[in-house]
Design a protein. Sequence first.
Length: 314
Amino acid sequence: MGINSRKVVVVGCGFVGSSSAFALMQSQLFSEMVLIDADQKRAEGEAIDISHGMVFASPMKIYAGTYDDISDAAVIVITAGANQKPDETRLDLIKKNSRIMKSIVGEIKKREFEGILLIVSNPVDILTYIALKESGYPANRVIGSGTVLDTGRFRYELGEHLGVDSRSVHAYIIGEHGDSELAAWSDARVGGLPINDFCELRGHFDHDASMEKIFDHVKNSAYEIIARKHATYYGIAMAVCRICAAIVRDEQSIMPVSSLMRGEYGLEDVVLSIPAVVDANGIETVVPIELSEKELAQLKSSAEILKKIIKENS
């Protein structure tokens, strides 16, 4: 059937799925969007509601569909799954959401789908690994949203701290999208300067305390938002949109998506976030950035945690 580069499918119409669909409609990346949900009426309602905003954006065919509508899609965005509750970690969701993921991938495999699978459901690294193994697709075509949002939060916090546009901050959160993630401070740059040099340029000299405070804000962002409004969805919806843009525009953008490690940093057979070149084929290549010995040890520890959980749940 081939791929229609202007078609996207969103599986799961909860907060994250519907927010992603809304953001994708506004992005003008696609001309056709299919919404799929276990609750067909919910998918229909979201499709109708979002369609009513097209007059303020650009023409697009938006409809509630079935898995029979997926074959020629460029990207399938999977957001389906149980939500993270207050005091619940992303990893607590594993048992419920791994069953849902296996079911969805089973349906996708029955069709002649040749595009990119973008996994957003949490815990995203583990579910991306499950989707990769269950689908049998090449690793470049199965990617997770990973720490793209965490990295966005990180750059935002650094921009606020330093009084600069966050888009001029180049710094990554890597590893698990969750409690064992880490900030790659060694690689962080602002305006081409190493992060500490730029901090001193702005009158900040207590680096360790600031680094700890900023990273804690980033790591605990989701918990703080969930405590206040019971779910996070706008930030991740915009991250989904950004990843889709890199794919359909064949941008070769570098972003920290979840991908299968194949020897990078000595890691094998685990999915986690390291910066990667993202293009029309999904992941073109992983970009192993410079890490200190401490950061490398933290990354390996993050990988071991993920491997242990997969082993316990396989």
